[in-house]
Design a binder for this molecule. Structure first.
Ligand code: NAD
Length: 513
């Protein structure tokens, strides 16, 4: 692997066998099935976790509820100070945590470090926010009255996360939720349990130094069943769920039945439009990184290129050449561009998608394939593929979480490309490559991209924490991270105060006694 995994585990305080539930500094004696974490990098077992049971889940929720009642009374800037210290601690642990992310999930070491950097950035953002959780003041229609709104802490927030951003998504939620005065319970992906335990241990150090009530940061490790318990639990006013659209529909239905709130960050089917006015120096790295970075396992990965017919052949040739340069292998070796898929199930889905696109009439111009032999023993390494396809193909309409890029043509004006790009069920990220101001503005206009993220001369993947992150349609409509995404973690209250000795009613209603 190029590093000593035992040293990394020691630095992060992980054991070979770990407990799968914690309320902060207390680790529950879980008795669920043992979960094995195997690295897709080399197929070796990294460690095991004794999963949480339903009984453990209820203990954790009770603790979180009690802790919330105390935490909500701590002034927000003081909560911000705790999050500031967490950001500092993450700086100390950036290297080992980045390595473990890379080794357990399979993304490149640079991306592992980048993910931890995002955690640090959101902590910094949240610290400032802790003094800015403000509402508006309105003018009352009644004389001698004042009207304003304020935001109060919401309660216990349940966080369900996906394997592909095993640590950043947790901190996007928790850093904000904690300054907002909430308690958080995290159910990470069962594919990346060890990075989750590492985060919990880092948080534990900071929280115990600051006497944060036990239960503000809780962790429960297990499968979809635990996620379902959260979704159905009226003690959890907000469930923030990141993962597949299938999972999001299930969570949303359960939370909706009890009229709770959900924040959904689901699958994407992201396209890049390449117009005749595109600068190919920007297009090529943008498209290739977007399609093959993280081995195509980002929610914002580029799945479709919509290329103007007049430049189609040229772009295609450049891409095919660029794909020949890709080095696939151990993601901890910085010379490699592409690491493994998460597991062999993902490899099977990649293979099925390549077959399906051909069966539907597509043409694999970069064939891809599963790699074997030295360095590829885990069976999770695949070569990125490119297929010429049409947007209406069922497989193109579907998000395959693997490095398969579909090329399609458009004729005439940019509106034709926008129609294709919007012609899928998902609505996460989108990009246009053009140096023409009018084309760019049409893409960003009311009649343009229908996605939550729309970029100009930038690929579809890679977002900054300062903006609100999320997408429309089957991507779920949630927004996390920057801008005013914090509001979902609080409850809004409108207050009207009468400072006269009369009681005028709104809308001038008369009610004389
Ligand atoms: P997944 O849906 O299989 O699992 C995600 C999480 O949901 C896991 O923790 C899992 O245990 C839990 N879960 C599964 N079914 C559940 C249910 N019925 N009720 C409650 N919880 C349930 O997703 P994955 O394979 O880990 O991740 C890949 C997917 O995540 C892709 O579709 C990707 O686009 C999406 N994703 C989206 C974003 C975003 O911000 N929009 C970010 C990262 C990943």
């Amino acid at each position: 692997t190029g590093f000593d995994i035992q040293e990394v585990l020691d630095q992060l305080g992980l054991e070979k066998t770990n407990l799968g539930a914690s309320t902060g500094s207390v680790w529950l004696q879980t008795k669920g099935e043992v979960l094995e974490s195997k690295s897709p990098v080399d197929g070796k077992q990294i460690g095991t976790v004794v999963q949480a049971t339903e009984e453990d889940y209820h203990k954790v929720v009770e603790k979180a509820q009690a802790a919330f009642l105390q935490w909500r009374k701590v002034p927000a800037p003081q909560r911000g100070e705790v999050v500031r210290q967490l950001g500092e601690k993450l700086r100390d642990y950036k290297e080992p945590l980045g390595k473990l992310v890379s080794y357990e999930m399979g993304k490149s070491y640079q991306e592992g470090l980048g993910e931890v950097q995002e955690m640090i950035d959101i902590c910094d953002f949240a610290v400032g926010l802790s003094r800015q959780l403000h509402g508006l003041t309105m003018h009352s229609e009644r004389p001698g009255h004042r009207m304003y709104e304020q935001y109060h802490p919401l309660g216990v927030v349940g966080i369900i996360s996906a394997f592909n951003f095993p640590v950043a998504v947790w901190s996007w939620n928790t850093a904000l939720a904690w300054v907002c005065g909430d308690a958080c319970i995290w159910k990470p992906s069962e594919k990346t349990p060890l990075t989750a335990i590492a985060c919990q241990k880092i948080t534990e150090e900071v929280f115990s130094d600051n006497d944060v009530p036990e239960g503000i940061s809780s962790l429960i490790i297990g499968g979809a069943d635990l996620g379902k318990l959260m979704a159905n639990d009226t003690r959890i006013p907000l469930v923030s769920a990141t993962g597949s659209t299938r999972m999001g529909k299930s969570v949303s239905e359960a939370v909706g039945r009890r009229l709770g709130k959900s924040l959904l960050e689901l699958g994407g089917n992201n396209a890049m439009i390449i117009t005749p006015n595109a600068d190919l120096n920007v297009v090529v790295p943008g498209a290739v990184f977007g399609a093959v970075g993280t081995c195509g396992q980002r929610c914002t990965s580029t799945r479709r290129l919509i290329i103007h017919a007049s430049i189609y052949d040229k772009v295609k040739d450049v891409l095919v050449n660029a794909y020949k340069q890709l080095r696939i292998g151990n993601p901890l070796d910085e010379n490699n561009h592409v690491g493994p898929l998460i597991d062999t199930d993902a490899v099977a889905m990649y293979n099925a998608a390549r077959e399906k696109v051909v069966a539907e009439g597509g043409n694999l111009i970069v064939e891809g394939g599963v790699l074997s032999g030295e360095g590829y023993e885990s069976g999770c390494y695949v070569a990125p593929a490119i297929a010429e396809a049409e947007n209406h193909y069922e497989i193109v309409q579907h998000e395959t979480f693997a490095p398969i890029l579909y090329l399609m043509k458009y004729d005439g004006e940019v509106e034709n490309a926008i129609d294709i790009q919007n012609g899928v069920k998902q609505g996460l990220s989108s990009a246009i490559m053009t140096t023409d101001l009018r084309e760019a503005e049409r893409f960003l206009s009311v009649a343009g991209s229908d996605c939550g993220i729309a970029n100009v001369n930038i690929g579809t993947s890679g977002a900054e924490i300062g903006g609100a992150f999320g997408g429309e349609k089957e991507t779920g409509g949630g927004r996390e991270s920057g801008s005013d995404a914090w509001k979902v973690y609080m409850r809004r209250q409108t207050n009207t105060i009468n400072y006269t000795n009369e009681l005028p009613l709104a809308q001038g209603i008369k009610f004389d006694l």
